[in-house]
Design a protein around this ligand. Structure first.
Ligand code: NAD
Ligand code: ZN
Length: 359
């Protein structure tokens, strides 16, 4: 069956577009109990952006520290209960931050109208009711979470997205100026998430003219930014990377991630490595699967003087490596895309463990 993809309904792009937010929210404010919930990366607390938030009297503002852990089902459940208990159903949820906040905003929007724990909705089309209006304002580029149909959550049994058409944002505000303060290494790691999405989307049985067009364009933008774009963040690079992230996300929507994401999920789920870094650690050792992509990635690493952590596996027990390998091996859809229906003839738990031992 072919995918019938839901896309973001509306999108504003450009420097300073953040200041359109109040105008954009105006017609939505009449919905439900008539107030907005802002979930904002804690980085912005007491910084200039806080003063620019178009908060109305009844609105709620939550600053969330995304450095403690990646978004969790328990975290969403607690937040949802608190929001509903305090003021009832909001008109909308506004997420301002990186991939973590994008996922929190998407998941919160859905869980406000769906009973029980978000853990019971991890998977495809398990959500029963549409969520409330939600608007995403990314402040770091690369994950594609701003346009994807999934809100990735770590639950008691798995790291898996709450995935359905209603997950997709109703509105995006893409203001590249908001990404100017991202620390250099984080900028690189999250940017590489986009590059790796493009490589993986392009290599596998689910690739097609649609996914390829977006991934090729996103990859070109990544090359301009990370190979020809000078030493790093500048307004032009930040603009390009924001669009690359979006296009990488579109590409994935109509294709699939592959070997790197399967292994990096294991690393994030069991040891808590953050998505962008986990991908970079793994991808660096996947020249057997993606030789051209890995070669170019390593050039980008060198170009930006990134010191990828080495020798990590020395501190991991064989049990930990086995458990991570089982998590990675369990991601059937990624392997099927990357290696074909008969992927189990091409990769084994032992082969996956070998990669982890090399990290
Ligand atoms: P993040 O949101 O986890 O943030 C990384 C760091 O950057 C944090 O310390 C944050 O405070 C900081 N930061 C963000 N914006 C900043 C700014 N403008 N200035 C200064 N610091 C800033 O990073 P990410 O890499 O964008 O997101 C990773 C998350 O995205 C993971 O939880 C992963 O599971 C998820 N993800 C989701 C999808 C999806 O389709 N839903 C796809 C890929 C990844
Ligand atoms: Zn990714």
């Amino acid at each position: 069956m072919l995918k019938n993809c839901k896309n973001v309904s509306r999108l504003v792009f450009g420097k300073g577009s953040f200041d359109e937010l109040d105008r954009i929210l105006h017609p939505i404010r009449v919905e439900n109990e008539g107030y907005m919930v802002f979930v904002v990366d804690k980085y912005f607390q007491n910084r200039a952006l806080e003063a620019r938030l178009p908060l109305h009297k009844r609105d709620s503002l939550y600053f969330i520290d995304v450095n403690l852990y990646e978004p969790k089902t328990t975290q969403i459940d607690v937040l949802r209960d608190e929001v509903l208990d305090k003021k009832g159903l909001p008109a909308g949820v506004i997420g301002i931050g990186g991939g973590s906040i994008m996922d929190i905003a998407k998941a919160l929007s859905l869980m406000l109208t769906n009973k029980g724990s978000s853990a019971s909705y991890q998977g495809l089309n398990l959500i029963k009711n549409p969520g409330v209006y939600h608007c995403g304002i990314p402040t770091i580029s690369g994950t594609g979470a701003e346009c994807s149909t999934t809100a990735v959550l770590t639950g008691p049994n798995k790291k898996l997205g709450v995935k359905c058409d209603w997950t997709v944002f109703d509105q995006l505000i893409l203001d590249p100026e908001l990404t100017a303060t991202v620390p250099a290494e984080q900028w690189f790691y999250t940017g590489m998430d986009c590059y790796i999405h493009c490589v993986e989307a392009n290599h596998g049985q689910y690739q097609n003219a649609f996914s390829k067009a977006y991934s090729q364009q996103a990859m070109e933008l990544c090359q301009e930014v990370f190979l020809k774009g000078g030493s790093g963040q500048n307004p032009e690079n930040n603009e390009k990377l924001m669009i690359a992230s979006l296009m990488g996300g579109y590409s994935l929507t109509y294709s699939e991630v592959g070997v790197c994401h399967a292994l990096s999920y294991g690393l994030s789920y069991i040891l808590g490595y953050r998505h962008g870094l986990a991908n970079c650690l793994v991808f660096n050792h996947l020249n057997g699967y993606y030789p051209k992509g890995v070669r170019e990635f390593q050039e980008m690493v060198k170009n930006h003087h990134i010191e990828l952590p080495q020798g990590l596996a020395k501190n991991w027990t064989s049990d930990t490596i086995l458990v991570m390998s089982k998590v990675a091996y369990g991601l059937d859809h990624m392997w099927r895309h990357a290696l074909g229906l008969n992927w189990k003839e091409k990769v084994s738990l032992e082969k996956i463990q070998e990669v982890y031992y090399r990290l």
